[in-house]
Design a binder for this molecule. Structure first.
Ligand SMILES: [Zn+2]
Length: 283
């Protein structure tokens, strides 16, 4: 079995520090012979990504070295852009539910197939101008998704999505440290197809809230048990999706780096034969 290393939010800002972080992640992946799949935000800050010159130069350099880019939301200015995050994601993110409930009429309008289709088509248009081709895979911000969004994806001719984390409860544990949250209780089951769109659910990013030094041993243990459950859930249905964020990695790089490297060599030892990208594996 193979895995895809996905990394979110590139393009979300053109702050030079973020460009340097992105390039550091690329260089690290290249050192291990792993091609990355970066989920690129097309219209952050209301400005098309292709107009962000320094950022696009870094993206171009990464592309020529074999990294892949796919579509991540549109503006990515709210977790509700394409629907509601799943149940256990809201253990930590209670603000998102409150916002939805307080402005329900507005969000119901935002989540119609027509409105979501406009957002997806705008994102696809910007992506095409930047990359010269159509994206193959869509990922929604904060894994906020709904049935209408899958219909809108199908309408836009996008057949693949990676917009659900499998077990957000484990991510909640990394912040709450509540032992009741340290268990496999997936919000989402595989395989799943909605409206003709294949949902390729993702391993949660278990370092999104960083990694304090004294939590290394517990976290690598959590990663391994989550991975075992995820791989069992995938069965022989194909490719595993590893979720990460370049800015979270860099927030604790001197601990996350050895943790990821230990995890990846453990994956090899349990039979993961290598890493691919969405573009290569979905051709
Ligand atoms: Zn994101």
């Amino acid at each position: 079995m193979r895995f895809i290393f996905t990394n979110d939010d590139i393009g979300g800002t053109d702050n030079p520090q973020h460009i340097r972080w992105f390039e550091e992640v690329c260089a690290w992946l290249e050192g291990m012979g792993i091609p990355g799949t970066f989920f690129w935000v097309p219209f952050a800050g209301g400005k098309p990504g292709y107009e962000k010159k320094d950022l696009m130069k870094a993206v171009e350099r990464a592309k020529t070295r074999g990294h892949d880019f796919q579509l991540h939301g549109l503006r990515h200015d709210t977790c509700l852009e394409f629907g509601l995050p799943s149940k256990n994601s809201t253990i930590l993110n209670t603000k998102v539910l409150n916002e939805y409930e307080s402005n329900r009429k507005k969000w119901e309008k935002e989540h119609t197939v027509e409105r979501l289709g406009e957002k997806i088509n705008t994102g696809v248009k910007i992506y095409k101008q930047a990359f010269g081709r159509k994206p193959l895979v869509f990922r929604s911000p904060c894994f906020g998704m709904c049935g209408e969004a899958y219909k809108a994806l199908a309408g836009a001719g996008i057949k693949y999505s990676s917009s659900r984390g499998i077990n957000p409860l484990a991510t909640a544990y990394t912040a709450t440290k509540n032992p009741e949250h340290r268990r496999w209780d997936p919000d989402f089951r595989l395989p799943a197809e909605f409206e003709g769109v294949l949902e390729m659910g993702c391993m949660e990013d278990l370092v999104i809230f960083g990694l304090p030094e004294n939590e290394y041993a517990d976290r690598i243990d959590l990663f391994k048990s989550e991975m075992k459950n995820y791989i069992r859930e995938l069965g022989d249905r194909g490719t595993g999706i590893f979720g990460s964020h370049y800015w979270a990695m860099m927030s604790a790089w001197d601990r996350v780096r050895p943790l990821y490297e230990e995890l990846f060599s453990w994956l090899r030892s349990i039979g993961v034969s290598g890493w691919t990208t969405f573009s290569k594996s979905l051709k």
